[in-house]
Design a protein around this ligand. Structure first.
Ligand code: BT5
Length: 320
């Protein structure tokens, strides 16, 4: 009943308790109780004795009803688990993937206590951001699937540009930067046997509202959010819905058209190519000028001695 009342109120204008009760076939007291529950969830509902109830605001919370209201995907997020707090949406989604959950299953949390980056690094997840992981089962080879984070990066950068009026740049392999600082990160983990891909869990973390003081000291100088100052609020739910929709569309195109169109878009929005970099790949530090991203999504470096080197993973540091 609560859900129906909400959708009736969303159509606009004041609706009297009597009308709602009549449409739902319940008493006015039952309507009043549902309205109270909606208010407890954070919905702003004004009531006036003669005109009835008016919805004046929707809470800035990740509520299942709000996420589904306007979600235009066919697969991604159709199975959705929403949590106030989780250690890590990635770990939760991986567990679901291993246990055969449907493609597109999405786990999202208001905050994470043990958010992860690549190679065991920590992902700070203060409240007010977007932290989610999606289970994908694309009919791709293992090699093809390694390009998924780059495709996701393009989707994410375009969505942030549109929803938050910022100018994001892509840093190879998985960072979204705003004014040179990291505002979002992508984590892609897969399970495969030989070349046969079982699943990919694509994790995305976006700093939305965080102010510099919300980040721990260690990342205070490298992290930022979509609105570190007093700029306009970002509608997290609409942004999330749009990312899922664009991601579904882009992953389908990637499967049909290949990586080439995304590589072009990635290159247009990148902040890495042409710069002198150092890359820590877990074993050594590699230095050179970032030349291009190849058709496999690897970064090609020109080293000081003129030789070229392909790097498939690592953390990029800019030399200047
Ligand atoms: C990433 O790793 O950037 C991938 C981040 C993926 C996070 C999502 S949130 C939903 C899902 N659930 C999870 O548990 N994870 C995923 P990496 O490239 O390894 O970057 C990690 C580094 O980024 C850290 O070592 C810090 O330097 C920095 N960092 C940590 N938290 C940050 C934040 N909130 N904003 C900006 N930089 C951060």
């Amino acid at each position: 009943m609560k859900k129906t009342i909400l959708s009736l109120l969303k159509k606009g204008g004041p609706v009297s308790g009597e009308t709602l009760a009549g449409q739902l076939g319940v008493s006015r007291t039952a309507v009043w109780k549902s309205v109270k529950r909606l208010r407890d969830e954070g919905y702003g509902i004004e009531s006036s004795p003669r005109r009835g109830y008016t919805l004046v605001s929707v809470p800035d919370r990740l509520l299942v009803e709000e996420i589904y209201d306007g979600l235009a995907t066919c697969v991604l997020g159709r199975e959705m688990l929403v949590f106030g707090e989780l250690p890590s949406t990635q770990d939760y989604a991986k567990h679901l993937a291993q246990n055969g959950c449907p493609e597109g299953t999405t786990v999202i949390a208001e905050r994470q206590t043990c958010g992860r980056g690549r190679l065991g690094r920590k992902w700070e997840s203060p409240p007010g951001g977007l932290y989610f992981s999606i289970v994908l089962r694309p009919p791709l080879s293992l090699l093809e699937a390694t390009r998924i984070p780059l495709v996701a990066g393009v989707v994410l950068a375009r969505a942030l540009e549109q929803y938050a009026a910022v100018q994001p740049r892509l840093k190879w392999p998985n960072d979204i930067l705003i004014a040179g600082r990291k505002a979002a990160g992508i984590l892609s983990e897969m399970s495969a046997e030989m070349e046969l891909l079982h699943w990919v869990v694509l994790g995305i973390g976006i700093n939305i509202d965080a102010k510099p003081s919300d980040f721990p000291k260690e990342i205070g100088s490298i992290a930022t959010s979509l609105r570190p100052g007093e700029s306009d609020a970002v509608d997290r739910v609409r942004l999330f819905q749009d990312i899922l929709f664009q991601l579904e569309d882009s992953l389908a195109r990637f499967q049909v058209e290949g990586f080439e169109p995304f590589l072009m878009l990635w290159t247009e929005m990148n902040d890495t190519l042409g710069r002198d970099v150092r890359i820590a790949d877990g074993r050594e530090m590699i230095e050179g000028r970032a030349l291009e991203i190849d058709a496999d999504g690897a970064l090609v470096l020109e080293c000081r001695d003129g030789s070229k080197r392909r790097v498939t993973t690592g953390e990029v540091f800019f030399n200047e």
